[in-house]
Design a protein around this ligand. Structure first.
Ligand code: 0O2
Length: 241
């Protein structure tokens, strides 16, 4: 909303002050604003920690890509994307998993607030990059979900790693959960389009089913494409030796 718009639902400072007095509040308006600010700072710090963890992890992959380019004369990583789960998406997940609503409980139970997506050219590169990443002594592996070897029913493929990695705050070292999703360009292309189509609203059930089947077929086709590209690369590598 435009700042200049006059919103009749908003209270002026004087009205808020009078309201607090009427409620018999002990705090002055400035105390009240301080309390709100403190809470906001805690929440901002909470999300900032995840952003830092995602940036630290992103840097690790950038560095790995650089090392590979020197050593093997190739860049296995095409792109890296960082995302922080939205509060709305966190709340939905908490509801689905029946998790108590508190920052501590979110921190302990939701492990994909910081997400780093690494897009590689070839399937082999995914496993190679994952191995080098996990070999770093400040990366603690919590869980691997290999949706490349075992695709989801939708056809979704990616290698998911849940790790814990440190960030360094003014208060000291803090271990943070990060979810890393490694995929090929074809896997990413499919997942991005599928995500857009799957969440289109107000479609009749019949059409949703039909599109779902079509998308699963596309996933098989894109997996086939990945295999053929890998084979082509293997042939070239053999030739070089
Ligand atoms: P967003 O917007 O990326 O946050 P868990 O509670 O961890 O056991 P969860 O979170 O369902 O269960 O874990 P899963 O299925 O291993 O991985 C979830 C993430 O993988 C999703 O994040 C997607 O990013 C991706 N994903 C999984 N299945 C599919 C799929 O069928 N299609 C697409 N396009 N992506 C998929 P979020 O939390 O759903 O969303």
């Amino acid at each position: 909303m435009n700042d200049n718009e006059n919103n009749s639902n908003e209270l002026s400072l004087e009205e808020m002050e009078t309201g607090l007095e009427l409620l018999g509040a002990q705090n002055t308006l400035s105390d009240f604003i301080d309390i709100l600010d403190e809470r906001t700072v805690v929440v901002r710090e909470f999300f900032a920690n995840y952003r830092c963890a995602a940036y630290e992890t992103e840097t690790k992959f950038k560095v790995l890509n650089e090392r590979f380019s020197v050593r093997y004369d190739s860049n296995p990583i095409e792109a890296i994307k960082v995302r922080i789960k939205s509060p709305e998406s966190i709340l939905k997940k908490m509801d689905r998993k029946n998790i108590e609503i508190s920052l501590q409980s979110i921190e302990e139970n939701i492990r994909d607030i910081a997400g780093v997506r690494v897009i590689c050219s070839f399937i082999d590169d995914i496993y190679k990059i994952a191995d080098y990443f996990l070999a770093q002594d400040d990366v603690e592996l919590i869980e691997v979900r290999d949706y490349i070897k075992n695709p989801k029913a939708t056809g979704y493929r990616s290698l998911h790693l849940i790790v814990r990695t440190p960030i360094f705050t003014e208060k000291g070292k803090k271990m943070m959960f990060v979810e890393v999703q490694l995929r090929t360009i074809a896997m990413d292309f499919w997942a991005s389009l599928e995500h857009k189509l799957r969440y289109k609203k107000n479609l009749p059930d019949e059409l949703v089913r039909e599109i779902g089947d079509e998308l699963t077929d596309c996933a098989y086709a894109s997996a086939e494409l990945d295999k053929r590209m890998q084979l082509a690369r293997d042939k070239m590598e053999m030739r070089k030796k």
